[in-house]
Design a protein around this ligand. Structure first.
Ligand SMILES: N[C@@H](CCC(=O)N[C@@H](CS)C(=O)NCC(=O)O)C(=O)O
Length: 229
């Protein structure tokens, strides 16, 4: 199994976290979507015509959309006997996890639109006009986390593995208004203690933060695709 990913991509991190928590063997395939624009090359478009990462290639089967990939690998590899599953197989618990996966996907779009790539690649501030969407996402997550330790249950499930990368994006934009979100803050700390957090998410965010703080984006070659001047 091969996973095409980029280390700046939160959806890629959600899949990496899933594969690592499941302790599934896979071949990571870094795709340079920023400088070389490998996602637009013919070979990759055969794998994902949408030109996005992450993509899972399992022999001749190719799957894009990070949440669907995580569901596929969990259904394929998560042992039946496990009691605290990332992706439960009974109908109602699985439906609950799915519901939170959809919510997470929505939060990702809102938070990503606030942080936006211009900030990472061309020295622009976060989009203040989109701040209300950030608060609306954090309110939803806080409301859920007031009722359980993790998003769908008392143990981590798939949406937690995605939401932590989504919420970490806010650190890059130096958002730190967490006063109204004590349960979310406590959940973030619990997530950071998971055995595979560091290799799947933590180390990538350190690279992203260093990249941004050091203004390394100013040294990127000119690139019309991402609007890098
Ligand atoms: N909904 C998709 C989002 C995929 C996506 O937007 N990937 C970005 C990286 S986070 C990408 O590949 N961008 C390259 C491009 O747009 O050219 C998922 O969850 O997999």
């Amino acid at each position: 199994m091969e996973l095409y990913y980029h280390n700046f991509s939160p959806p890629s991190m959600g899949v990496l976290f899933t594969l690592n928590q499941l302790e599934v063997k896979y071949e990571p395939k870094f795709l340079d979507v920023v400088v070389k624009l490998d996602q637009l090359k013919e070979d990759f478009l055969k794998i994902n015509p949408l030109g996005k990462v992450p993509v899972l290639k399992d022999e001749s089967f190719c799957l894009n959309e990070s949440h669907a990939i995580a569901q596929y690998v969990s259904l394929k590899y998560e042992e039946d006997y496990k009691s605290q599953k990332l992706y439960p197989t009974d109908l109602q618990n699985q439906a609950k996890v799915n519901s939170l996966m959809y919510l997470e996907s929505n939060c990702f779009s809102k938070i990503y639109n606030y942080v936006h790539l211009g900030l990472w690649l061309s020295d622009q501030p976060p989009r203040k006009d989109r701040l209300n969407d950030v608060y609306s996402s954090l309110n939803s997550l806080e409301t859920i986390l007031e009722r359980s330790k993790f998003l769908a249950d008392e143990h981590p499930t798939l949406p937690d593995l995605f939401a932590i990368a989504t919420v970490n994006l806010l650190d890059v934009a130096k958002f730190n208004d967490y006063q109204k979100y004590p349960h979310l803050v406590a959940w973030k700390q619990r997530m950071q203690q998971l055995p595979h957090y560091e290799e799947s998410v933590g180390k990538h965010f350190r690279v992203i933060n260093d990249f941004y703080q050091s203004k390394a984006y100013l040294n990127l070659p000119k690139n019309d695709y991402w609007g890098i001047k």
